[in-house]
Write a protein that binds this ligand. Sequence first.
Ligand code: ATP
Ligand code: MG
Length: 444
Amino acid sequence: MIRAIEDYVRSLGLDAYLVGGAVRDELLGLESKDADFLVPGVDTDALRAALEPHGRVENLVVADRLVGVRLHPRDPEIRALAPAGIEFAPPRKEVSTGPGRHDFEIVADPSLSVEADMRRRDFTVNAMARRLEDGTIVDPLDGRADLERRILRTVSPMSFAEDPLRLVRGLRFVSQLGFELDEQTRAQMVEEAPAVRLVSGERIGGGLAADGMGELSKLLLGARPAAALIAARDTGVLVELIPEFGPARYLADHIFAVVQETADAGDHLAVRLAALFHDLGKPVDDDPHGHALVGAQIARDTLRRLRYPERLTRRVVAIVREHPYRDEDRPRTPREARRFLLQHGDELAFDLVAIRLADLRGKGGDVTGVEELRALLEQELPAPHRLSDLAVDGDDLIAIGFRPGPDLGRALQELLEIVVDDPSMNDRERLLEHAKVEGWPASR
Ligand code: ATP
Ligand code: MG
């Protein structure tokens, strides 16, 4: 897929270089999802002028600065391959704007070399470029050697100080790529850990992208989140990011093991986040129910601070809040399973199964009961248990004399409970008959 985009870009007649993650991934033999291009010798205006004949060109703005352009190609085949567009940037460098080490800007400078652009990047393995024209690799920091040894190394000792988001990006690559931190890079991480507080929530939680896909999410969605979280704890980054991990230090090994289980099971990001927060309430309240409520509050506050999308935040909070239940209370009959689906809704019901499986596996517990619950829930899923499954709706009740309003909603809810207890009741005539006989307040 990247090849086809490359061929297209080559046909545009620019002296473009494939850069960043795409080069890294191709050398690792991994499929890369996006391709970014660097075009030396031009500024953004010239880039725009060169690309405009080929499609719609959009400005790429990061932190209020124009860093490049995005082309939405007119060619439908290419557009299908790169639905989000193709990014082109002139070389950039860091320019100091004040006395502090965080006072700098990234500015475009067409006269810069490709090597210079590589040197302002975050890690050596991300600081490689491949020239489309002749395939030469520009690798001034010997990223290839680090790639082969699977080592993550910063491009400079000031890297984390200059942009503390790189602390989380580095941990993200530990999880995604399974790389080890270089020893000096680890020491720099320890040194700069407190600076992670300066990073805006958007860049961590992904509110900017509106999909929650910031660096922390990519860390959790990687294959080895436990390794990354252990490194985050040992370097002090984790407690700066989520201070509640301080008092919960004694629970961290269990929490990381549970997060790893959610990754191994391929669980949704919401379940992985819930795993991260699920026991953080314990230092405050050791009661099973109490710790879940405290944990849910910690999850809500943290995810809002990190600008996670509200829908995802609510899903995580619900999982954390409801995650403890006693095995004696687990649904065992088809009817109890349908009630469980009614009570929680399908999404939360299966999320709760997922977190429970991960929690038990994380402590080497017996999961047969939870596996049974999951099978039972799946078996009952086709049975009516949602308002939309009900053989009658609000209009049907209004037609027999109910008035619109909250009581009408309650009547429908009661009919649904009847149907959940006895699916054979899900018959229009029988339900309407029942509604008439009951003579609920809304029917007067
Ligand atoms: P992914 O596969 O998730 O896209 P990526 O390495 O391509 O990983 P991007 O966020 O797409 O990550 O960034 C593209 C490239 O830009 C990186 O490979 C790196 O060279 C550079 N880069 C991104 N963010 C930073 C940063 N905060 N500091 C320095 N360089 C960065
Ligand atoms: Mg990328």
